[in-house]
Design a protein around this ligand. Sequence first.
Ligand SMILES: *[C@@H]1O[C@H](CO)[C@@H](O)[C@H](O)[C@H]1NC(C)=O
Ligand SMILES: *[C@@H]1O[C@H](CO)[C@@H](O)[C@H](O)[C@H]1NC(C)=O
Ligand SMILES: *[C@@H]1O[C@H](CO)[C@@H](O)[C@H](O)[C@H]1NC(C)=O
Ligand SMILES: *[C@@H]1O[C@H](CO)[C@@H](O)[C@H](O)[C@H]1NC(C)=O
Ligand SMILES: *[C@@H]1O[C@H](CO)[C@@H](O)[C@H](O)[C@H]1NC(C)=O
Ligand SMILES: *[C@@H]1O[C@H](CO)[C@@H](O)[C@H](O)[C@H]1NC(C)=O
Ligand SMILES: *[C@@H]1O[C@H](CO)[C@@H](O)[C@H](O)[C@H]1NC(C)=O
Length: 385
Amino acid sequence: MLGRRRWRWLIPPASSSSTIFLLSLLLSSSGSVSADCECGYSYSYTTQPAKHHVFTEVTESNFARLSGEVSSIRTNTDWIRQAFNLTAEEARGDYGEMFAVENIQLQNDGGDGGLRLTVGSSLVQDMVPTAEIDTARMDMTTGTFRASIKLTGVPGTCAAFFWYYNDTQEIDMEFLSKDFNPQNKSYPVNLVLQSPQAARMGYDASKTNNFLKAYLPFDPTLDFHEYRIDYLPGTVFFYADGVLLAQMDGAAVPSSPGHLVLRHWSNGNKLWSGGPPPVDAIMKVRYVKAYFNSSAPQRHEDWARRCRDGGTGTGTAANSICRIPELTVANVSAKDWFFSEKGNMTNNQTIYGLDSGAAGRRQSGRRGAVWALILATGWWALMFA
Ligand SMILES: *[C@@H]1O[C@H](CO)[C@@H](O)[C@H](O)[C@H]1NC(C)=O
Ligand SMILES: *[C@@H]1O[C@H](CO)[C@@H](O)[C@H](O)[C@H]1NC(C)=O
Ligand SMILES: *[C@@H]1O[C@H](CO)[C@@H](O)[C@H](O)[C@H]1NC(C)=O
Ligand SMILES: *[C@@H]1O[C@H](CO)[C@@H](O)[C@H](O)[C@H]1NC(C)=O
Ligand SMILES: *[C@@H]1O[C@H](CO)[C@@H](O)[C@H](O)[C@H]1NC(C)=O
Ligand SMILES: *[C@@H]1O[C@H](CO)[C@@H](O)[C@H](O)[C@H]1NC(C)=O
Ligand SMILES: *[C@@H]1O[C@H](CO)[C@@H](O)[C@H](O)[C@H]1NC(C)=O
């Protein structure tokens, strides 16, 4: 990218047909060096007035696809399986919790393929077998974070999708399977900002202003649905299938960089998870898509280098900012969209399992740069001939 800025300087004051020919070759070749979305990924959210945001980073995991190619989640560099034990006291429940990597599996069985987080029904030394997996990226500041999840209908677990920095900077979507009630079609989700205020209430956010129980308009145990947290400067929005569930503002909105967590757990606490579940309970995750900004200086430098308008972020070059497709109730086609599967739309992003197409394009990028160098040398030769 640095090179291209230098070439611009070569635009000749006078022209001859041969220099125009050379230049057009040069420009078309530098075009093939670049990829789409270099300046970021954008979306507008639909409250009035509509607002527009651009994020420079992407992490996408299509677990349903990965399961066909990779037999184990062990090798995935975007996600880290967690292993730790909590005593009943630490877990604040009747039982302890045993987070073990064996409780996280990739499975490919057609429509239900994806990541599986299992809560076991048989206690191990007074601990409930539980599951947690976290993103490797810890530098996630503002962003839009989306997970396609099919929840368990087995009562007695808490399934959580959340953004985490520490116990007072945390954005949670928590589903308690014991609260799902097909009789009266009641399917609540607990939306929480853990805050210093919640800490003062003994980490019971339900006693704060930053807790809301929303009701899903569908049975979340029958199919995958997209649950989404938009963490923006000063505001957090929660969605299900693109429908706004809640908005939270104010001092409880986090200010530090964090990471994403998928967790399925139970500790027997009747006031929350209940359980342990009578049979093994499975939370299924088809994908996670995260579009966000980074707190890492290296990623800022990388962005400034690759963004075609020289780091101004205005995205004036064609396709340099890509629109993030929205999944809605009426149109779910976005569920099958992954920038990382398009070959040239996640250049310089840190995504596990990019297909060979992307690697191939990176190579042709280097070939393009070599060609440009040869042509630029030819241009100099012409100038000084
Ligand atoms: C990126 O790939 C798409 C098709 O996947 C193509 O239409 C587009 O021209 C490509 N852009 C660049 C800059 O190579
Ligand atoms: C994300 O970072 C880009 C580049 O620095 C900036 O233009 C954009 O405003 C940031 N987005 C948010 C929501 O802060
Ligand atoms: C958790 O406890 C089980 C049962 O005692 C043990 O096998 C396992 O190694 C422990 N896990 C960790 C991370 O210490
Ligand atoms: C979380 O981090 C913030 C900012 O660093 C700090 O003020 C707060 O005390 C931390 N909370 C906990 C529970 O450590
Ligand atoms: C549905 O029934 C459960 C208990 O049977 C009750 O706790 C819940 O409030 C009811 N929900 C609605 C929306 O009526
Ligand atoms: C459905 O959503 C996709 C992705 O956002 C969009 O490209 C397409 O045009 C939409 N289709 C309709 C019929 O609105
Ligand atoms: C992004 O590009 C820079 C060079 O421009 C390189 O140093 C860095 O390693 C790249 N990062 C990734 C994730 O590809």
